[in-house]
Design a protein around this ligand. Structure first.
Ligand SMILES: C[S@@+](CC[C@H](N)C(=O)[O-])C[C@H]1O[C@@H](n2cnc3c(N)ncnc32)[C@H](O)[C@@H]1O
Length: 159
């Protein structure tokens, strides 16, 4: 199984990088997982609604250019569907069973994902109604993907 995680902007914090690298290392036993960083659109702190849409659209185009047509796309979005860890594991397992060997998770930038990216997504995944920083979201996601594989394989870890 090939899993790509498309994210916006460079990861800055060392503590997040260390955590993500640890889970990526653990995941090598289960899947080929890569993180694709696309550049964020430089913008001032205060933006009009129209400017925000433009920033999201530009980042969205960059995200879409990295998605293979055959990929099953899971967009991380607050308003997406909430799942238990077991349900995420089942989803990943089912996708593999039905020949969807390319899964792409997409994490938006500080302004979120464009409408075009949401349209391309096969499903939206919410981690709660709370807003997390996009860089922290990467760490949470790789841990949950690792947890999913441990659940799929029936290995101890998930309690
Ligand atoms: C800082 S948030 C963007 C907030 C923006 N106002 C929005 O509603 O999308 C950056 C990205 O992190 C991810 N994210 C943050 N909180 C999330 C949550 N609770 N569930 C799923 N994804 C989340 C989403 O991909 C989001 O686009």
């Amino acid at each position: 199984m090939n899993i790509s995680i498309i994210t916006v902007g460079k990861l800055k914090e060392k503590y997040l990088k260390q955590g993500i690298d640890e889970y990526l290392k653990r995941l090598t036993a289960y899947a080929k997982v890569e993180i694709i960083e696309i550049p964020d659109e430089k913008a001032p702190e205060i933006l009009s609604d129209n400017e925000m849409l433009q920033v999201k659209a530009k980042e969205g185009d960059r995200i879409l250019s990295k998605i293979h047509p055959d990929a099953h796309v899971i967009a991380l979005a607050i308003e997406g569907k909430m799942k238990t860890s077991e349900e995420l594991a089942e989803r990943i397992d089912n996708l593999a069973t039905y020949g969807k060997s390319k899964i792409v998770f997409v994490i938006g930038g500080s302004l979120g994902l464009s409408e075009e990216v949401m349209k391309r997504a096969d499903e939206g995944l919410s981690f709660s109604k709370m807003t997390f920083p996009h860089q922290l979201m990467r760490l949470i996601l790789v841990e949950q993907v690792y947890r999913a594989f441990r659940i799929i394989k029936g290995e101890p870890y998930h309690k």
